[in-house]
Write a protein that binds this ligand. Structure first.
Ligand code: ADP
Ligand code: MG
Length: 240
């Protein structure tokens, strides 16, 4: 589904990604773990071209998205993204947040978009919030709306950048539960997270980034019980 080959990213003289290669298969759930500043967000943002890679290639479904001729809008439709700070449209209701892109980008009728929107809100347990504005929602509810909004575009892949890091502790589970259900439904997912329990339980694979290098690419079992690199050992010692 996603094939990354020798991906590099520079910000000026700063080399943030130093040649990352990996493959994320269809239906796979990959947890991306690593210290702050290691390049996790940059890596994720390269996958939907929110950052332009400096070098290397990223193929999504066989299409090289680093090719200048690739239609960025099409890629973004295909690759949904959920951010730490939700990024909902504050001046739109929950339902309007969900129907905006399908109507605008996919030219879906309002009726169809709302029908789909309601089904998605039911899925994330927020059907009764369809007509409220985001300011009336808790953090956990906002993030569940953000997930539903991304799903409204029917992406093939979902990217999550620390989706629970901005939440009060009691709201983390409701968001992780939605993500777990999504994972079980077969969605291909890449998740930057500090929730090690979730990574252990839900991920098929762990990517450990350190200083812009993919220091480990392993099953959760291998990674958490027997990490190969000293860097991963040090990291796990600090957090577990
Ligand atoms: P992580 O998500 O693992 O904490 P990031 O990918 O956000 O790491 O950042 C990796 C490095 O790249 C950091 O040193 C950060 O300061 C730098 N960086 C990220 N975005 C930019 C940017 N837009 N301009 C310059 N430097 C950046
Ligand atoms: Mg980050």
């Amino acid at each position: 589904m996603i094939k990354v080959e020798g991906l590099t990213k520079h910000f000026g003289k700063l080399e943030v990604l130093k040649g990352i290669s990996t493959t994320i298969h269809e239906g796979e759930v990959v947890a991306i773990i690593g210290p702050s500043g290691s390049g996790k967000s940059t890596f994720l943002r390269c996958l939907n071209l929110l950052e332009e890679p400096t070098g290397g290639h990223i193929y999504i479904d066989g299409v090289d998205i680093t090719n200048k001729k690739t239609n960025i809008m099409k890629i973004r439709q295909n690759v949904g993204m959920v951010f730490q700070h939700f990024h909902l449209f504050p001046h739109k209701t929950v339902m309007e947040n969900l129907t905006y892109a399908p109507m605008k980008v996919k030219r879906m009728s309002k009726q169809d978009a709302e029908k789909k929107g309601m089904a998605l809100l039911e899925k994330v347990g927020l059907a009764e919030k369809a007509n409220v504005y985001p300011t009336r929602l808790s953090g956990g509810q906002k993030q569940r709306v953000a997930i539903a909004r991304a799903l409204a575009m029917e992406p093939q892949v979902m990217l999550f950048d620390e989706p629970t890091s901005a939440l009060d502790p009691e709201m983390v589970k409701e968001v992780l539960d939605v993500m777990k259900t999504l994972a079980q439904s077969g969605m291909t997912m890449a998740i930057v997270t500090h929730e090690m329990g979730f990574a252990k339980e839900v991920a098929d694979r762990v990517l450990f980034l350190e200083g812009g290098v993919l220091a480990e690419d392993a099953s959760p079992d291998e990674f958490f019980s027997n990490p190969k690199s000293q860097r991963a050992k040090d990291f796990l010692e600090k957090i577990l």
